[in-house]
Ligand binder design. Structure first.
Ligand SMILES: *Cc1c(COP(=O)(O)O)cnc(C)c1O
Length: 426
C-alpha cells in the first residue's frame, strides 16, 4: 500500500497556473507515468485509477494496441492535422464505426466531426436541432451536465458553473429528471403536461437533451421506462431527442450506447471522452440522415481532424466486434455494486445508498463533507476516485472497463479501508 512520504513540490503550478485548476488540488502530486489502470507519481508511488479521466479512459491509459497503431502512423508520416479533409485514417474510422457499431444495431445515422471536445458536440447538436425545427428553446433536466461553453452551459444544472458564464443563459427550459422529487412523482408525465396545456407558458422546444445516467450530476440513473416515455413524448410532439452519451456511452454502462437497453431511438447522439480510445481529444455528433441539413462549413473548427484520434478510435472499436466487453463491464459493475452495498450495510453512519449502471457506480453519503474526506484518505492510500453531485455527495467509481480483477479488488479494498478509517472518527 502506498503512503506519501514527502510532500511533493507543486510550486510551479501554485505560482504560475491559473486558480481555475481543479483536479490537481484533489490529487496533489506530480504524475509521471500511466499504464492501464495505474498511475505513478514522481516519488514512485503507485495509484489505482478509479476515475479514468472522468470517463475518457475506458480502455485505460496507453493501451498497447492503440499505442502501436499511432506509433506506426506517426512513423510513416501519416497526416496528423487534417481540418476536415478526407484522409485515409478518417475513411477507416467512418467505415469501422458504420460496420461494427451502427449497422449491427440497425442504426442509420450520419457522422459529423464537430471539434475535439464534448462541449463542441453538444453545441453542434443544439444548433442543428434549432435549425431542423425552426424552434428556439431546448429542454434539459435538473442536475444535467453538458459542457462549459455557453450553449452547453445553458442546459447544465450546476449553479456555480452557470454563474461562471457572466451572462444570462437562455432559450432553455429545465424539467425534473427521473426521481428528481422522489420515486413516486412521474416526471415524464409532468413534462408532457407543459406541452399539452397551452396555458403552461412553455412553448414547444426544438429538442429534449438528456444523459441516461447523469455523470457529473451525481450518477443519477434514469429508468428504461422513463427513457422510453421521454422518447415517446418526443415522437408524439415532433421534438428531437438528443442523447448526450459523452460520459455514459462507449461501454461505460455495459452496451456501447447507454440507451440501447431502453430501446429508444434518438435523433442526435453526442459522443466524446472515450470515443477516441486513447484519451486524445475527439468528439462526434451523429444524427439521423434527414436532420443532416447544415450547409458546408456552417459549423466549423480547426481541430475537427485529429487524425491520431481517428487511428486510436478505429482500433478501440475493434473491442466491440463481439459482446465480450459488455459482459465484462456488467460483471465487474455488479462486483463494484455489491461491494458498495456492503459498505452501506456495514457502516450505517455513512447514511449511504448505491446507484449506477455497469462500471458507472456511485456511493452517495448523506453526511456533509464525508465523501471528500473519504476520497482524500483513499488517495493517500493509492486510489484515485472523484466525487460528483451538486454537493459532491457521491463517490464515483469509474475504473477503466478493462481493469483486471486484481486491480479492481485492490482498489475496492483501499476504498473500504478508507471508509472504515473515516467512519471510525465520526
Ligand atoms: C464531460 C461531459 C461533457 C463535456 O465534455 P468536454 O470534453 O469536457 O467539453 C458533456 N456532457 C457530458 C455528459 C459529459 O460528461
Amino acid at each position: 500500500m502506498t503512503t506519501i512520504k514527502e510532500k511533493p513540490n507543486l510550486s510551479v503550478f501554485d505560482e504560475h497556473e491559473s486558480e481555475v485548476r481543479s483536479y490537481c488540488r484533489s490529487f496533489p502530486v506530480i504524475f509521471t507515468k500511466a499504464k492501464g489502470s495505474t498511475l505513478w507519481d514522481q516519488a514512485g508511488n503507485e495509484y489505482i485509477d478509479f476515475f479514468a479521466g472522468a470517463g475518457a479512459l475506458n480502455y485505460g491509459h496507453n493501451h498497447p494496441l492503440m499505442k502501436e497503431k499511432i506509433m506506426e502512423y506517426i512513423e510513416k508520416d501519416g497526416v496528423t492535422h487534417g481540418l476536415d479533409m478526407a484522409t485515409e485514417a478518417k475513411e477507416e474510422l467512418i467505415q469501422k464505426l458504420q460496420e461494427t457499431i451502427l449497422k449491427p444495431r440497425n442504426m442509420s445515422y450520419k457522422i459529423m466531426f464537430p471539434g475535439p471536445t464534448g462541449t463542441n458536440s453538444v453545441e453542434s447538436a443544439l444548433k442543428l436541432a434549432r435549425k431542423v425545427t425552426g424552434r428556439e428553446t431546448v429542454m434539459s433536466f435538473t442536475n444535467a451536465f453538458h459542457g462549459m461553453t455557453l450553449g452547453a452551459l445553458s442546459i447544465t444544472g450546476n449553479e456555480g458553473k452557470r454563474q461562471g458564464a457572466g451572462v444570462s443563459l437562455h432559450n432553455t427550459v429545465v424539467m425534473p429528471y427521473d426521481n428528481f422529487f422522489d420515486d413516486q412523482t412521474d416526471t415524464a408525465r409532468y413534462l408532457e403536461r407543459f406541452l399539452e396545456d397551452k396555458g403552461s407558458g412553455v412553448s414547444k422546444p426544438a429538442a429534449i437533451i438528456l444523459e441516461t445516467v447523469q455523470g457529473e450530476g451525481g450518477i443519477n440513473v434514469a429508468s428504461f421506462d422513463w427513457l422510453k416515455r421521454i422518447d415517446a413524448v418526443c415522437k408524439k410532439w415532433d421534438i428531437l431527442l438528443i442523447i448526450d452519451d459523452i460520459q455514459a456511452g462507449v461501454g461505460r454502462t455495459g452496451p456501447f450506447f447507454s440507451f440501447e437497453p431502453a430501446g429508444i431511438d434518438p435523433d442526435i447522439i453526442c459522443l466524446s471522452k472515450s470515443i477516441g480510445g486513447y484519451g486524445l481529444p475527439f468528439a462526434l455528433m451523429i444524427m439521423k440522415p434527414e436532420h443532416d441539413i447544415f450547409s458546408p462549413g456552417e459549423h466549423n473548427g480547426t481541430f475537427r481532424g485529429n487524425n491520431l484520434a481517428f487511428v486510436t478510435a478505429t482500433e478501440a472499436i475493434r473491442f466491440w466486434e463481439d459482446d465480450s466487453l459488455t459482459k465484462e463491464v456488467i460483471r465487474k459493475g455488479e462486483k463494484v455494486r455489491n461491494f458498495l452495498g456492503s459498505m452501506v450495510d456495514k457502516y450505517p453512519k455513512l447514511n449511504g445508498s448505491v446507484r449506477g449502471r455497469g462500471l458507472m457506480q456511485g456511493l452517495e453519503c448523506d453526511v456533509e463533507g464525508l465523501t471528500d474526506t473519504i476520497t482524500c484518505t483513499a488517495f493517500e492510500k493509492g486510489l484515485i476516485t472523484e466525487t460528483a453531485g451538486i454537493n459532491d455527495e457521491v463517490i464515483k467509481v469509474m475504473p477503466p472497463l478493462n481493469i483486471d480483477d486484481d486491480a479492481l479488488d485492490k482498489g475496492l479494498a483501499i476504498l473500504g479501508e478508507s471508509i472504515k478509517e473515516v467512519v471510525s472518527k465520526l
